[in-house]
Design a protein around this ligand. Structure first.
Ligand code: ZN
Length: 120
């Protein structure tokens, strides 16, 4: 498992081998969060809450970066972003579901520029 940062990324749970989203829940004094990469509907979120699992909004854009923001109880009725729950072993998504970065073809052929902007 890699060191969590504010920007969410996929990783593998060291305990059960499931895919997890790893991020800090805040840019200042953030707490490391591991969440299941499975979007929850309202009944599933309620079930997760009853089980004692925190839920998070997955905000941002896949290209520019995403972050996990805790869903506080006062705002839990609003669903403007995908909602995910804190990971509990065993997770619902196997690590083999994570696409490997090497599978993505290079658009420009020059990987030394460090340019992360997609060509479209
Ligand atoms: Zn696990």
């Amino acid at each position: 498992m890699r060191t969590p940062r504010v920007r969410a990324r996929l990783d593998v749970c060291a305990s059960c081998g499931s895919a997890v989203i790893v991020a800090l829940d805040s840019a200042v004094a953030g707490i490391p969060v591991r969440a299941d990469p499975l979007t929850l509907d309202e009944p599933s979120e309620l079930r997760a809450r009853v089980e004692g699992r925190m839920t998070y909004n997955l905000v941002g854009h896949p290209v520019s970066g995403r972050a996990l923001v805790e869903r506080i109880p006062e705002l839990v009725v609003h669903r403007r972003h995908p909602v995910v729950a804190a990971h509990r072993c065993p997770g619902p998504v196997p690590a083999t579901a994570i696409p490997q970065p090497m599978d993505i073809p290079s658009a420009g052929g020059d990987s030394s520029s460090g340019d992360d902007i997609p060509p479209f």
